[in-house]
Design a protein. Sequence first.
Length: 141
Amino acid sequence: MSVATVDSPGETTTLPVIDFVAPIPGFPEDRRFVLVRLDDAGVLYSLKSVDSDGLRFLVVPPTQFFPDYEAEIDDETLATLGVSDPGDLVVLLVVTAGEAGAEDATANLMAPIVLDQRTRRAVQLILSHTGLPVRQKLMVA
């Protein structure tokens, strides 16, 4: 497992690198990221590129905001990630911060990040034909 060093105010942390099996759409050069927890509750994370300085995505686990959300992960995706136990999977939603602050933030329910915690391999899964929104307002459940 590879690791990367992340600097934040007052500390330096070494974190395991997450390898994307396919690039995130729109970012073909970036396949290696680290997941940095931004709050003590473990609700907000930064998915920070190891390959491009300054590229990061805000992500959240769906349960806090969308308790009934379930991403249908197909067999092809499971095989691509090399998943041996579906219980090792973590689903994260990409968040877009609103212009007016947190009250305008939205989550992309159509294209979750699926991460195998054991192998540290991930993919952004596009759930086409599901009717799920790309921009769903975040609301604490």
